[in-house]
Design a protein around this ligand. Structure first.
Ligand code: COA
Length: 260
């Protein structure tokens, strides 16, 4: 698929998605969000894709937020629609995807950019990256899940401080807070993301999908995470991968999983 604001490339089973509006610090405008939706939808259903790495074009920004110029004139209803569309079509969709998605944060991850990174399953940051949710400086609050996901990741006290002050934090502070999983030199960013993703790709794909579903259920009020875990656990027993994994263990071999 050809996109205007995304660069995509597949190497073996990894799909690289680069948000490509460098002159606007990769800000998420309507078209970019629509393309992200289409790209992720395809990736989650493409059997040739095992996992996805999302990053930003250039060295300055991962994503500097939602495109402010597009919502400058919005009213209450348009604001609701913007947030609702973003939640369902992009951010929740990524979080609930059946394949691992890693954010490689190569620079500023602000507002919708940090919200995008937080919707991904794992975050790796370059040591030059800066992160924050500065929406209150614009008279709004985070609207793509930021109030919820930041609280889940760093706890209520720190989330309140970050969102109310609008302060940016650097990569090492983000690591200390648990907002990112690893911090590396900029030239190691994709290498580290690939290293982690390649390890996950050796594991049973349907079990990975079940793990994502069960772990996501732990922070949802409309689901009992323990019940979801029982359900996902039991589903695994019906897969070829379960049989292959156990057989390989018994024979002291490495399993080759088919994702069936
Ligand atoms: N939406 C729309 N355009 C944006 C943008 C955003 N979120 N973030 C940056 N841009 C644009 C700028 O308007 C500028 O465009 P121009 O060259 O046509 O004027 C270009 O990207 C470069 O940004 P600039 O502000 O000149 O870079 P800087 O190095 O001086 O500052 C930032 C970098 C990230 C600190 C600054 O761009 C910024 O604060 N961005 C907005 C962050 C934000 O509030 N995000 C939350 C949005 S809800």
């Amino acid at each position: 698929m050809i996109f205007q604001n995304l660069l995509t490339a597949r190497k073996d089973r990894i799909l690289y998605v680069t948000i490509n509006r460098e002159s606007k610090l990769n800000a998420l405008n309507k078209l970019t969000l629509a393309e992200l939706h289409a790209c992720m939808y395809n990736a989650f259903s493409d059997p040739q894709v095992g996992g996805i790495i999302v990053t930003g074009a250039g060295t300055k920004a991962f994503v500097a937020g939602a495109d402010i110029s597009e919502f400058a004139e919005f009213d209450i209803d348009q604001g609701r629609e913007l947030a609702h569309e973003g939640h369902t079509k992009v951010f929740d969709m990524i979080e609930n995807g059946n394949k691992p998605v890693i954010a490689a944060i190569n620079g500023f991850a602000l507002g919708g950019g940090l919200e995008l990174a937080m919707a991904c399953h794992i975050r790796i940051a370059a040591d030059t990256a800066r992160m924050g949710l500065p929406e209150v400086t614009l008279g709004i609050i985070p609207g793509y899940g930021g109030t919820q996901r930041l609280t889940q990741l760093v706890g209520k006290g720190k989330a309140l401080e970050m969102i109310m002050t609008a302060d940016m934090i650097n990569a090492s502070e983000a690591l200390t807070l648990g907002l990112v999983n690893h911090v590396v030199a900029p030239d190691q960013l994709l290498i580290k993301a690939e290293e982690i993703l390649n390890k996950i790709l050796l594991r049973a794909p349907l079990a990975i999908a079940s793990a994502i579903t069960a772990i996501n259920a732990s922070v949802r009020n409309d689901q009992n995470g323990f019940e979801v875990e029982i359900n996902e656990f039991s589903k695994c027993f019906g897969t070829d991968d379960f049989k292959a994994g156990v057989l390989a263990f018994m024979n002291k071999q490495n399993a080759h999983f088919t994702g069936k």
